[in-house]
Write a protein that binds this ligand. Structure first.
Ligand SMILES: [Zn+2]
Length: 258
């Protein structure tokens, strides 16, 4: 039973690190059986599971587990709220349900035969990918949890033949990358240069939003200033910053990659 709780804690810290808004709910044990079971759910309108939650966090359950209509929290009496969820993890504490049938026993330190206690656990790996995009994205941009984004950073140099290009915008952006590779080598392989310079910056920025890079650095109009200023899209914070090369590197030094 202690191991069961440890695995639940590990799942909890995994979803915390991914920055996903999850709830751990009491779940039906179904045909697997056992005495205790929990699901890890991401609340979302398209979810297939129906959940009831105490707004203060005392109680959370899949409706499958309720006997009849339960409308208030057993701890604080507050009205329970209903939501739909996408199941991304499931844990079962089986106890001795199977070990007693197979007589799967071991000897305790006191040399007495004891039935093994069992549990089974599962994370939906591909479902976590799809579900996190579902709950984090906006209407026109994909957002990944930073830790599992395919690339952290997209660099967009000026359009070919533009005034920014004449003023060496592309070279300045290259310097950002070179400095970045030196100071933050772990990000160097996590960066993409969108050198389709026949396209406008706007078009490439739109594509970058669709692919969901957490950060996009653009050599736009203000790259002609002294010192040059880059346009930085911080997708997860939903803001645009104007930063010098040093500012870009300072911002990106906070990025955690696995
Ligand atoms: Zn409550």
């Amino acid at each position: 039973r202690q191991t069961y709780d440890l695995v639940c804690d590990a799942y909890r810290s995994l979803f915390d690190r991914l920055g996903l808004p999850f709830v751990k709910v009491k779940a039906a044990t179904g045909s697997i059986g056992g005495t205790v079971s929990h699901e890890f759910q991401l609340p979302a309108d398209i979810g297939e599971d129906r959940l009831v939650l105490c707004p203060h966090g005392h109680f959370a359950a899949n409706v499958e587990t309720l006997n009849g209509e339960q409308t208030s929290c057993p701890t604080c009496g507050e009205n329970l709220t209903r939501t739909k969820g996408i199941e991304v993890g499931h844990t079962f504490y089986l106890g001795t349900k199977y070990s007693s049938v197979f007589n799967a026993a071991f000897y305790s330190p006191e040399n007495k035969p004891q039935l093994a206690e069992m549990g089974c656990y599962g994370l939906g790996m591909t479902r976590i990918l799809a579900a996190s995009i579902e709950v984090l994205s906006t209407e026109d941009s994909i957002r990944w949890p930073s830790l599992i984004a395919p690339y952290q950073l997209c660099l967009i140099p000026p359009k070919r033949g533009s005034r920014e290009e004449e003023e060496e915008g592309a070279t300045l952006l290259e310097q950002v990358y070179n400095d970045l590779a030196e100071v933050l080598p772990h990000l160097a392989g996590d960066s993409v240069l969108d050198d389709r310079t026949q396209m406008t910056i706007g078009k490439r920025l739109k594509d970058a939003n669709k692919l969901g890079y957490p950060y996009v650095v653009v050599a736009g109009k203000r790259v002609r200033e002294d010192p040059p200023v880059f346009e930085v899209w911080d997708q997860n914070a939903g803001e645009v910053l104007f930063l010098t090369k040093e500012g870009v590197i300072e911002l990106l030094s906070k990025v955690r990659v696995p």
